[in-house]
Design a protein around this ligand. Sequence first.
Ligand code: NAD
Ligand code: TYD
Length: 337
Amino acid sequence: MRVLVTGGAGFIGSHYVDLRLKKHPQDQVVVLDKLTYAGNPANLKDAKKNSHFTFVRGDICNAKLVERVIQQHGIDIIINFAAETHVDRSILHPEDFAKTDVLGTQVLLEAVRKFKLKRFLQISTDEVYGSIEKGGFRETDPLKPSSPYSASKAGGDLQVLAYRHTYNLPVLITRSSNNFGPRQYPEKLIPLFVTNAIEDKPLPLYGDGLNTRDWIYVEDNCSGLDYVLEKGKPGEIYNIGAGNTKTNKEITSAILKLLKKPCSLIRRVPDRLGHDRRYALNMKKTRDMGCQTQWAFTRALQTTVQWYLDNPQWWQPLKTGEYMKYYKKQYVDRHRK
Ligand code: NAD
Ligand code: TYD
């Protein structure tokens, strides 16, 4: 199989590339990635040593480039991880999100149609369902996204489903809960708080800290989406969650405990605009198919914290970037009000 992994230099995509090369050693894997602030060639350090791996720098919105890559490498399937992914950035700059997450997805679908590819897997998120007070969303539930990020991801999903309905394309969608693990950009909750705590910097906890997410270790999401790719039915949507629903306060305490740092590092800051209260997934459909998670939450968090302790050269330079400076300033300004 010749697999095109878009967005493969990011957090989840790069873990999937590692898994694919290990689990399917006969495959050819091509990554197409624009290398935005979130894309990092260092994430593909191991993959680059493999002769079955190729990296192409480029934008999924560029139809000509996408077609050229598919033709040059004889691509059979596309797995689309490429996206703008951070809710806080989507509140500041929504336009990039609509472009990549909606239009970029549509460019890829056109290429699947034109070259009659065998499979297209869209990597989506539980955030498209919106917030739920109790229980978990099913795949059949209506979409009710509430941030520019989740609305853009929902737009991408709707394009995928429309291409299925109209052109009968062999598409699948996975919607996973919040991932964590090594190599996650230190703007998201867990890597931001872990790296801030290591440096004895404040942890900016939004609102009352009781917002809840279901946390899945990145390797479990990658195994799950690989399972869906093999066993899933075209046209279907599959939730991938781990059942680890935790409040942000609980996550923060667990991180501080693992790092033996004081609770005085926690800073309560004003809430994120339009902040979704709780995300959770009903996993019956994916579990009935035989897809299981392997990582217990505590061991996964320990492994993650240890990775950030062992790899400061990976994350320290990222924290001096423009957004992170802006973010810090914004946090300080908000805190002063
Ligand atoms: P990430 O931000 O770490 O990586 C995104 C990657 O996409 C980067 O390498 C970036 O350079 C690339 N990219 C962005 N725009 C591009 C474009 N126009 N053309 C080509 N490449 C482009 O994201 P992630 O956390 O690894 O998320 C991967 C996918 O999984 C996304 O689609 C996201 O919506 C989805 N998802 C993420 C989570 C999570 O918790 N991180 C949860 C559920 C779903
Ligand atoms: P995040 O990692 O941005 O993922 P998402 O918003 O896509 O679920 O945030 C996870 C939770 O952590 C969310 O409820 C917002 C909260 N949060 C903070 O309290 N402080 C922060 O600095 C960040 C980045 C997030």
